[in-house]
Design a protein around this ligand. Structure first.
Ligand SMILES: Nc1nc2c(ncn2[C@@H]2O[C@H](COP(=O)(O)OP(=O)(O)OP(=O)(O)O)[C@@H](O)[C@H]2O)c(=O)[nH]1
Ligand SMILES: [Mg+2]
Ligand SMILES: [Zn+2]
Length: 348
């Protein structure tokens, strides 16, 4: 070792000792933890703290931009430059997300800001957000009137989540081939009344598929709804090349069998891109407060109550309740509002 090197080494050691002494005198004894790197306090010891080399995982690896096309338990498929790359993700991603990912590590590094986001509460832990789809233009709530029967409460929850998402709602009523007559469509009137586009169709007979196709053309859409209503069947009917697996509805309880288990994206010949999602049975609202709720019931907008923060439940002279009594607001919608309000917790 040259004289210069020895001098430099002594200088560095002295500096390290000074810093350590400073830290020791500042730190309260109970807070003090030994430094991770060994630093000699002995003037004679010929020792320098090792220069920590960056490990392979700490080194900057190039990232690419991509688009999430499928998500399943612990994985997601990213489309980038015509390739499909299966990645791990430590951050929550949803189909439709634009992401930065590391092709070398096959890992999602970052999720880019979302234009729209359709979320629900995790069914097992309501404090966790589950993103159903990101950046979609249209959320298609697929329902059936029979097999499985219509659940208006579930539609109302979807409409609230769609209202929050920033996307457009579309109510797609599948399996109309099972209906005995037009009177069975009566429960859908409240939705037409508030201006929601309702498309009647049948994947089995192809009735109404042109209208559905026209409503989706050129847009990024997601099919969401109860299990067994025919989301995947509709996609197959719109493009027979897709051949997505479908499953029968249980004869015992008229519920779907959760045939689709991961969300995946499909390109249709009309330029639409549609995300098929696993069917659900319950829909927990995410980040909707009691005060927010009335904003998602547009049939209430035309009525001015005495109190500007009227909950339309117990307040006197409530214009909304009067409109329900007169039949101007459909009773079913008001009842669903009242039920969801209760589910959001007690009034403060
Ligand atoms: N009668 C009739 N049956 C249909 C129609 N569309 C779908 N089905 C049947 O409904 C059942 C469920 O269809 P799927 O497409 O698997 O339903 P899904 O909504 O994708 O269900 P999940 O993947 O569990 O969410 C299948 O037996 C289909 O053949 C329809 O228009 N009419
Ligand atoms: Mg399905
Ligand atoms: Zn009121």
């Amino acid at each position: 070792m040259s004289r210069e090197e020895r001098k430099l080494r002594k200088h560095l050691e002295a500096h390290a000792r000074r810093e350590l002494r400073k830290a020791l005198s500042k730190a309260r004894v109970k807070d003090w933890k030994p430094p991770r790197e060994r630093v000699s306090l002995n003037e004679d010891e010929d020792y320098l703290p090792p220069v920590k080399k960056k490990t392979r995982t700490e080194q900057e690896l190039p990232t690419s931009a991509g688009f999430v096309a499928e998500t399943g338990p612990g994985f997601c498929d990213v489309l980038s430059a015509g390739e499909r790359v299966r990645c791990r993700h430590t951050v929550e991603v949803a189909v439709g997300d634009r992401v930065l990912f590391s092709p070398a590590r096959r890992r999602i590094e970052d999720v880019l800001p979302r234009r729209t986001v359709l979320s629900r509460a995790d069914p097992h832990n309501p404090r966790l957000e589950r993103v159903i789809a990101a950046n979609v233009d249209v959320v298609v709530n697929v329902v059936s009137l029979k097999s499985p029967p219509l659940r208006p409460g579930l539609i109302d929850r979807y409409l609230i989540a769609i209202g929050k998402s920033g996307a457009e709602p579309l109510l797609c009523v599948n399996k109309i081939d099972l209906l005995a007559g037009p009177e069975e469509l009566a429960p859908l009137r409240p939705y037409q009344h508030v201006g929601i586009q309702v498309v009647l169709c049948s994947a089995a007979t192809s009735a109404g598929l042109e209208s559905l196709s026209a409503a989706l053309a050129g847009k990024l859409c997601v099919f969401a709804g109860h299990s067994g209503v025919g989301k995947s069947s509709l996609l197959n009917a719109l493009d027979p090349h897709l051949q997505i697996t479908t499953g029968s509805v249980s004869a015992a309880n008229e519920k779907g069998r959760h045939t689709t288990t991961s969300s995946a994206l499909y390109h249709l010949p009309n330029g639409a891109t549609v995300i098929d999602t696993p069917g659900i049975r319950e829909f927990g609202l995410w980040d909707v407060t009691r005060d927010d709720l009335r904003r998602y019931y547009h049939e209430f907008d035309a009525y001015q109550c005495v109190f500007s923060d009227c909950t339309h439940t117990h307040e006197p002279d409530c214009a909304v309740k009067q409109a329900v009594t007169s039949g101007a607001i459909p009773e079913a919608r008001y009842e669903s509002y009242a039920r969801i309000l209760v589910s959001l917790g007690a009034a403060p």
